[in-house]
Design a protein around this ligand. Structure first.
Ligand code: CTP
Length: 415
């Protein structure tokens, strides 16, 4: 089957020209270049995906070095894996030497040796991701589909390529569910059986790799679908016994999407995912997923704040009181609670802090107070705090109001 026409329609002109140019340079090095993986799958499905992965029969690093010399691209090389990244102004292109992989033990990173395109395709996760399109001039556009990926796409099936696939790399359990839910596909019968059997193999996967796969799920349009499904399959429980993917999560994820930019959603989803945890249980998960320090702080703060929410559940609170209750918490923890709390009063106060109070600043600062005759030290600290509270509570509005308040405070004898 030849897809030359579809490639021309599908790829934006600049990308098309670039991959053709790369393929032309490859010929001179007696190499062959193929488009592989997700971009081929999505081209057949008619979905845009310009995250292009190229496989090179030959030496991808050498080819990428040559391409970088003749273009504006920045080059990043991984000699150990025979891969290279070309970074252009608005996009990147991945080139990998076709390779064979062997797994020394389940969950380990594979040992890599150069191989053919077919070797490179069989090492992949699912048949729908194991197709290639030739970009070589002599058979440009030819689909290479040794594992019937196109047929599986047409039948909406997710199929592993060999029975040991999930044992070799149990991240495929998470990846498979992500594709199943993204495309509304089903697992082929044997794949479904092996996936369930191999859920315990998730224990062989490092925290960083599991976290990375969860982040990929969190970049989906509706990650709650995969979270639910992983909950039903017992995969979340295997990662951590307190993790759940239920209707509550679905509702809160949906709410989160209406508040946050897509790039910031994964961290917020992490905070919501652990909302039902006790403060003690969270530590286990932070270690299991090797969560980075900043996100760990936000997740811990989410639970710490949750236990303090009754303090915010009062209608009589002044803005300054809300501010001083919340100022120590990570902004993400505030947002997570604003989404997840059952109390509408607490939610309103959290939103007020998040959208407004945390940005309130006085017009006068320490330097200006000095000019008004107040010397640096504890008294100045106190005056600035009173001024800030007054500003939060709307008792002073203008610079002149602030000056007047400062002067009245500085004349007042210290107690
Ligand atoms: N892959 C794999 N096993 C993994 C990770 C990746 O076999 N554990 C292969 C798949 O063939 C996949 C390709 O590497 O298609 C690229 O991986 P990735 O960029 O994560 O996925 P995409 O194919 O680009 O698909 P998407 O981003 O839509 O998930």
């Amino acid at each position: 089957m030849n897809l030359a026409g579809q490639i021309e329609q599908y790829l934006p002109q600049h990308l098309l020209k670039l991959v053709q140019d790369i393929s032309g340079q490859a010929v001179k090095l007696e190499q062959r270049v193929y488009l592989v993986g997700g971009a081929v799958r999505d081209l057949l499905l008619g979905y845009p995906n310009f995250d292009l992965d190229l496989v090179v029969e030959g030496n991808a690093v050498k080819l990428a070095q040559q391409v970088a010399e003749t273009s504006q691209a920045k080059l990043l090389v991984h000699h150990r894996f025979g891969t290279a990244k070309l970074r252009y102004e608005n996009f990147t292109l991945d080139l990998a030497t076709a390779r064979k992989e062997t797994y020394a033990r389940p969950g380990a990173l594979p040992a890599v040796t150069p191989g053919t395109l077919k070797d490179d395709l069989i090492r992949r996760d699912f048949s729908i991701n194991a197709m290639a399109i030739s970009l070589a001039p002599n058979d440009y556009g030819e689909l290479v589909d040794p594992y019937q990926g196109k047929n599986d796409l047409e039948h909406h099936l997710i199929r592993i390529l060999h029975p040991g696939s999930f044992t070799d790399d149990a991240t495929r359990i998470l990846r498979g569910v992500r594709y199943e839910q993204r495309f509304g596909f089903e697992f082929e019968a044997q794949t479904a059986r092996l996936l369930k059997r191999d859920i315990p193999m998730l224990d062989t996967i490092s925290g960083d790799r599991i976290r990375h796969e969860l982040e990929l799920i969190f970049r989906e349009k509706r990650p709650e679908l995969a979270a639910n499904r992983l909950g039903d399959l017992g995969a979340l429980h295997r990662i951590n016994p307190s993790l759940k993917g239920d209707g509550w999560i679905a509702e809160k994820f949906d709410k989160a999407r209406r508040l946050k930019k897509p790039s910031q959603l994964p961290s917020l989803y992490f905070c919501l995912l652990i909302y039902s945890f006790s403060e003690k249980k969270i530590e286990q998960l932070l270690v299991r997923l090797n969560i980075p320090a900043k996100l760990s702080r936000a997740m811990r703060d989410t639970l710490r704040l949750k236990t303090s929410l009754p303090l915010l559940d009062k209608s009589s609170l002044k803005p300054s009181e809300i501010y001083y209750l919340l100022r120590e918490y990570e902004p993400l923890a505030i947002q997570a609670n604003a989404i997840a709390s059952d109390s509408s009063m607490a939610r309103r106060h959290l939103q007020l802090f998040f959208a407004k109070l945390r940005y309130v600043k006085t017009s006068l600062d320490g330097e200006e107070l000095k000019r008004l005759g107040i010397s640096a030290g504890p008294q100045m600290g106190k005056i600035l705090q009173v001024l800030h509270k007054a500003k939060l509570d709307g008792e002073v509005r203008t610079r002149a109001d602030e000056k007047q308040l400062v002067l009245s405070l500085s004349l007042r004898p210290e107690r």
